[in-house]
Design a protein around this ligand. Structure first.
Ligand SMILES: Nc1ncnc2c1ncn2[C@@H]1O[C@H](COP(=O)(O)OP(=O)(O)OP(=O)(O)O)[C@@H](O)[C@H]1O
Length: 240
C-alpha cells in the first residue's frame, strides 16, 4: 500500500442556505491514524467527511492531501447507506469497485473478507435477502477489499447488534491500522475503542475540540478500564 497521507483543511467554509456550517476551519487529519468524529445530529459531521472525500467542495478555503498529490483514487468510502447493487450477489458487491474500474478481480480475497465479516455462507445471496446489519457487513468487506490508504466511514456499524458491532470494531481496528481513517460515530464506546485521535464537533458554525484518548493500541478491549472510564467522561461531555 502507498504511504497514507495526512489531509489538510485550510480556512474552510461551507454554507447550506443562510446558516454557515463551517467558517475558517483549519484542521489536519493525521496520516496513518484513526481519527474519530463525534457530535450531535446535524452538526455537520457527514458534510466534513464528504469534503474530505472530495464529494462536496468547500465554499471557501481548501482541502488537500499534505503530500501534495491528488486524493483521487486513494480514498475508500463507507457511507450511512450501504449502496449495495440490488441485482449483484454479495461477492460481486464486494468486488464492485474493481469491476467498475476494469481491474482484475480477486475472488479469493473477497471470499476471505466475507469470511472475516461472518458472511461466508451468503456469498451468492442478493442484498435484498439480507438484514440491515448483514448488508452493513458486506459494505465493510467492500471497503476492506478496496485496500486504499485513506478510508472514510460514516457510522459504519450503526445497524449492528452489540456483539457483532464489537467484532466488527475489532476487525476494522486491525485491518485499517496504518491507514488514514476518519470514522463518524454516535457511540462513545466505539470512539474509545477505536480512536487514535478523537474530535468532538459542536456549535454553528462548527468547532472541533480534541478529547482525551485512552492509552493502548487500537482496537482496545471492550472491558479495558481506561476505555470504560473515557467512555463515561465522553458521554458526560456529550450530554452537556
Ligand atoms: N446537500 C445539502 N443541502 C442542504 N443542506 C444540507 C445538505 N447536506 C447537509 N445539509 C444540512 O447541513 C447540516 C449538517 O448535516 P450533516 O449531515 O453534515 O450532519 P451530521 O452531523 O452528519 O448529522 P447526523 O449525525 O444526523 O448524520 C444539516 O442541517 C443538514 O440539513
Amino acid at each position: 500500500m502507498p504511504a497514507p497521507p495526512a489531509i489538510q483543511l485550510e480556512g474552510v467554509g461551507l454554507d447550506f442556505g443562510a446558516a454557515p456550517l463551517f467558517r475558517n476551519l483549519d484542521l489536519c487529519i493525521g496520516a496513518g491514524i484513526m481519527t474519530v468524529l463525534l457530535g450531535a445530529s446535524g452538526v455537520g459531521k457527514t458534510s466534513l467527511l464528504r469534503m474530505l472525500g472530495g464529494l462536496v467542495a468547500p465554499d471557501y478555503g481548501r482541502v488537500a492531501a499534505a503530500d501534495g498529490q491528488s486524493l483521487a483514487g486513494r480514498v475508500a468510502w463507507m457511507g450511512q447507506q450501504d449502496l449495495l447493487l440490488p441485482w449483484a450477489t454479495v461477492m460481486d458487491n464486494v468486488m464492485l469497485g474493481a469491476r467498475l474500474r476494469g481491474d482484475r478481480v480477486d475472488r479469493g480475497r473477497a471470499g476471505h473478507l466475507l469470511d472475516c465479516v461472518g458472511l461466508s455462507s451468503h456469498v451468492a445471496d442478493l442484498p435484498a435477502t439480507l438484514s440491515g446489519g448483514m448488508r452493513q457487513r458486506v459494505a465493510l468487506a467492500r471497503v476492506l477489499y478496496e485496500d486504499r490508504p485513506v478510508v472514510l466511514m460514516d457510522e459504519p456499524f450503526s445497524a449492528l447488534d452489540s456483539v457483532t458491532r464489537a467484532r466488527m470494531q475489532d476487525l476494522a481496528g486491525r485491518m485499517l491500522a496504518g491507514r488514514t481513517v476518519v470514522l463518524i460515530t454516535h457511540d462513545p464506546l466505539e470512539a474509545c475503542r477505536l480512536a487514535d485521535r478523537m474530535l468532538l464537533m459542536s456549535g454553528h458554525p462548527a468547532r472541533l475540540d480534541a478529547m482525551d484518548v485512552p492509552a493502548g493500541a487500537v482496537p482496545r478491549a471492550v472491558d479495558d478500564p481506561g476505555v470504560l472510564a473515557a467512555q463515561s467522561m465522553l458521554l458526560r461531555r456529550m450530554l452537556q
